[in-house]
Design a protein around this ligand. Structure first.
Ligand code: OAD
Length: 236
């Protein structure tokens, strides 16, 4: 493992993928899922984040998602989101592959964002999809049916088109930066490893070790904003 004091300069890379998880938004005030104060410590995911729960009690599941909409709507993108958006302007190819559903990368200005787990701000019903930033969102439709949050819940498959676009970017990158993910949810957790197989430089940003830390050339043990600040120190 390289000396953590010699953090590379992001400008030395041409094709960068930022692979992000809940820790990316922690400094914006969005709770993570696991660890202290984690969402799944307070809420049993089987009652709020799976198709069976929605089928049994859509109003209850919508109450939970409207609580999350309200919470995220009150948060702002942090300096780390901002730096990633700046990279997209300054470097030839920058892609964000995120497990986050909060939309903060897009609010910070990132344009090429693949949302592996869907979006809190999109809903669907049958083949219809709708983007809505309403808080609260009225889940029950005029025709009596329900909009469903367009989120990949437990037991759902990821969208094939989103996986394909993510894999293409990851397999072509020369730098993969994983930020703020516990790397325990599959298949998302294994995607960054494709970059390693393709010969990319691998950097993990996380205050804590993860089950895949060994796959990284450099592990920056700190917060997303601090460590991105070091990596992107020469952007301006
Ligand atoms: P987790 O909550 O599992 O992990 C968050 C990670 O962020 C942990 O490894 C923390 O150490 C790290 N972290 C905390 N604060 C940080 C900071 N300021 N800077 C950098 N890192 C920090 O979240 P995810 O790995 O994103 O899926 O969880 C993966 C998936 O599990 C989520 O997308 C969600 C959840 O169930 C769905 O809802 C489908």
């Amino acid at each position: 493992m390289r000396d953590p004091d010699t953090v590379p300069d992001i400008r030395d890379f041409r094709r960068v993928v930022f692979f992000t998880g809940a820790g990316m938004s922690a400094e914006s005030g969005v709770p993570t899922y696991r660890g202290q104060g984690g969402i799944w410590k307070q809420y049993d995911y089987a009652s709020y984040a799976c198709q069976d729960a929605f089928d049994a009690d859509p109003a209850k599941v919508w109450d939970f998602h409207n609580y999350r909409r309200k919470l995220v709507a009150a948060c702002e993108p942090n300096a780390g989101h901002g730096l990633i958006a700046r990279c997209e302007e300054a470097l030839p190819h920058v892609t964000v592959v995120t497990q986050n559903i909060d939309g903060l990368h897009q609010r910070a200005g990132s344009r090429t964002v693949h949302e592996l787990h869907g979006s809190l701000w999109r809903v669907r019903c049958g083949d219809e999809r709708l983007l809505s930033f309403d808080v609260p969102f009225e889940g029950r439709r005029a025709d009596g049916r329900w909009w469903r949050p367009d989120i990949v819940w437990f037991g759902d498959a990821l969208r094939a088109d989103v996986i394909q676009a993510s894999v293409e970017a990851i397999e072509r990158c020369d730098l993969l930066v994983s930020i703020g993910t516990s790397a325990v949810v599959y298949p998302a957790a294994q995607l960054p490893l494709l970059a390693r197989r393709a010969g990319a430089t691998m950097i993990e940003i996380n205050p804590d070790e993860t089950p895949v830390s060994d796959a990284y050339d450099l592990c920056l043990r700190g917060t997303a904003t601090d460590m991105l600040g070091r990596l992107c120190r020469n952007l301006d």
